[in-house]
Ligand binder design. Structure first.
Ligand SMILES: [Fe+2]
Length: 391
């Protein structure tokens, strides 16, 4: 476990979702009194510099190569997913320790290194040997998958995304912020919903502004969806397409189309654990089962938030693990995907190592069939019968 550089949960709680105020936190400008000190000028200078220098270049693939951005993993492999992990909190490092205990072949971070994902924050809270857990896979022969991947989030883009794009290339060998990792039975497809979060100040606060870049969509159509096989697709993105709790990013799903191979969609951004039954938020988007795992390192906030019933929410975790500044916060955690040829078992694990729920999917001729293997009704709040999760 990391012993230096930890942040307290108080520092992270209620982190704002806009670039100006996130950058304030990076420069430790928290209170009105701080504005009278020199930190204010440092923050203002950096903010103006970020706004004026704009975003880093969006990394693209050569689309004349139908394999560009497509990596092959073994038919038997484990993949750990966590989101909003780059916080530096004790809970984040507990999640890290639990991930490493399970020795996944591949790890994927679904985005957000706080507060603005600049190089210093990447170095301090993400890239060190004792930070984000690396996968153990060693690519060889037909196996081209990397052991570690990181998706782009809104907070990375608040500093323009420069440190993010540099870090994924230099540290993980990852060419772009979107990719497909597949075997003979399953496909994991990661999208970049974060890049649109920084362009004009304040625009990132408009939910409908979050979108995929044109090259990301073209690549998806040409290099992933154009194949005629029936392998189920597990989508990953930082932002949620829909939510029973918070704002929704409607454009994300509409850009994907209604391809029936879309099975599950893992996302973060919302700091909670929640699972949805099949839901089609827009007729132009997929009917898909959402899995919110944005509780990788941020304290789960608003644990008693009211629920929008019509989103087909099946379960969520609203237990209080403790209180920070008078606000109740929940547990952090992650998901582990265990692929064994036709079978896929997904475990939702909390920072204490406890498994809250396990779902199993079996690849069939025309898709996949699911069941909930076990779950703890004492720990999870059910909004619907648990079998709805996989229906
Ligand atoms: Fe986010």
């Amino acid at each position: 476990m990391k012993t230096t550089g930890k942040r307290s949960r108080t520092q992270l709680l209620n982190t704002p979702r806009d670039s100006a105020r996130s950058l304030q936190l990076t420069h430790d400008v928290r209170y009105a009194g701080d504005f009278l000190e020199s930190r204010f000028w440092r923050w203002l200078g950096e903010y103006l510099r970020t706004v004026l220098s704009g975003r880093d270049r969006f990394r693209e693939y050569d689309l004349s190569d139908p394999q560009a951005g497509v990596y092959v993993m073994p038919n038997v492999a484990s993949v750990a997913l966590a989101s909003d992990w780059g916080t530096g909190t004790i809970s984040a490092y507990r999640v890290r320790d639990e991930i490493l205990r399970l020795k996944p072949d591949i790890t994927m971070h679904l985005g957000d290194v706080y507060y603005v994902g600049n190089q210093e924050e990447f170095d301090d809270y993400f890239l060190g040997d004792d930070d984000w857990p690396r996968g153990s896979l060693e690519p060889a022969g037909d196996i081209t998958a990397l052991p570690t991947y990181a998706l782009n989030g809104n907070h990375e883009m608040y500093s323009g995304g420069h440190a993010y794009f540099r870090s994924i290339r230099e540290h993980f060998g990852q060419e772009a912020s979107f990719f497909c990792v597949e075997n003979e039975y399953w496909r994991i497809v990661a999208l970049d919903s974060g890049y649109s979060s920084k362009l004009i100040p304040g625009l990132e606060l408009l939910p409908w502004w979050v979108r995929l870049q044109a090259q990301n969509i073209q690549w998806l159509q040409r290099n992933v969806l154009s194949s005629t096989d029936t392998r189920p697709i597990l989508l990953l993105s930082h932002h949620q397409w829909f939510s029973a709790f918070e704002s929704e990013h409607g454009k994300l799903g509409r850009d994907l189309g209604t391809d029936p191979r879309f099975l599950l969609w893992f996302w973060g951004h919302e700091h909670r654990l929640a699972g949805y039954g099949a839901y089609q938020a827009h007729p132009k988007g997929p009917k898909i089962r959402g899995r919110c795992i944005g509780h990788g390192g941020m304290p789960i906030e608003d644990i008693h938030m009211p629920v929008k019933r019509e989103r087909n929410l099946v379960f969520y975790d609203r237990r209080a693990a403790g209180s920070v500044d008078g606000t109740q916060v929940g547990y952090c955690g992650f998901a582990l995907l265990d692929f064994d040829r036709e079978a896929l078992v997904i475990s939702y694990v909390e920072e204490t190592g406890k498994v809250l729920l396990r779902e199993k999917w079996i690849r069939t001729e025309d898709g996949a069939r699911g069941e909930v293997v076990d779950y703890d009704p004492e720990l999870l709040t059910l909004e619907r019968p648990i079998d709805q999760l996989v229906a």
